[in-house]
Design a protein around this ligand. Structure first.
Ligand code: ATP
Length: 241
């Protein structure tokens, strides 16, 4: 059983001599509850693959299946609805709205999805509690540390109860202590059965996964299964490009 599946997925940029095949005939299956890390050298196509999986970019060819739906065939309207309802995104640069408080940032996708304001607020408060930031609910992002901002972003990603959370370098802007806090949070999500796909350069982050996939030049070049996840840094030696 898979929750997210790519079939011969392809993305090209430019044309003729300038053609770049960023993602080249990728087949990938993610099972419910799995944490999958995608690693590989800079420019190998990790972010592009994640964007295709999340319907943020359109493939040049191939298929993306989310549960029983085909993302690659959806209209823009359907896609944005699907992204709000079934996917959660976490980015390196957090992408919080500076003018909104932590709780308002978390509520926002629910409000946009038509959830009644009281319910959205209740869920946002519960999620902020969940990520250890109940006492920061009324702070603006500028008054939060990087690690706290990223935990707000994770809470925001979870508010729609997504089938899959897609994270692009979620610890890329964080110091070691903040990275550890975000990884603990991912660990607890994993324990609760949340499906996660994480693109990362960081071996500590990759080590929290059940499966680490290495990309090179747009193709999937290898896969390491970490027994039950948290396999430790040693398991990952040599995986980072
Ligand atoms: N919008 C774009 N237009 C043209 N080329 C692009 C575009 N986005 C990405 N590329 C190219 O596609 C390739 C893959 O880029 P991508 O950002 O997916 O790599 P990455 O593995 O995520 O890199 P990094 O680890 O540095 O973020 C690169 O050669 C990049 O230059």
């Amino acid at each position: 059983m898979t929750v997210l599946r790519a079939v011969r997925l392809r993305k090209e940029y430019g044309r003729d001599a300038g053609l770049v095949r960023a993602v080249d005939e990728v087949d990938l299956e993610v099972r419910p509850g799995e944490t999958v890390a995608i690693v590989g050298p800079s420019g190998c196509g990790k972010s592009t693959l994640l964007h295709l999986l999340g319907g943020l970019e359109r493939p040049t060819g191939g298929e993306v299946h989310l549960a029983d739906r085909r993302l690659d065939r959806m209209s823009e309207t359907e896609l944005s609805r699907m992204r709000r309802k079934a996917l959660g995104f976490v980015f390196q640069a957090f992408h919080l709205v500076d003018e909104l408080t932590a709780r308002e940032n978390v509520e926002l996708p629910a409000l946009l999805a038509g959830v009644p304001p009281r319910t959205a607020r209740r869920r946002a408060s519960a999620l902020l509690e969940r990520v250890g930031l109940a006492d920061r609910a009324t702070h603006l992002p500028a008054a939060l540390s990087g690690g706290q901002r990223q935990r707000v972003a994770v809470a925001r990603a979870l508010i729609g109860r997504p089938l899959v959370v897609l994270a692009d370098e979620p610890t890329g802007n964080l110091d070691s202590a903040a990275t550890a806090a975000v990884l603990r949070l991912f660990g607890s999500l994993r324990a609760e059965g949340q499906t996660l796909v994480i693109v990362t350069h960081d071996s500590r982050t990759a080590a929290t996964a059940d499966r680490v996939i290495t990309m090179r030049d747009g193709v999937l070049a290898g896969e390491t299964r970490l027994n039950g996840g948290g396999g430790g840094l040693g398991t990952l030696a040599g995986l980072e490009g």
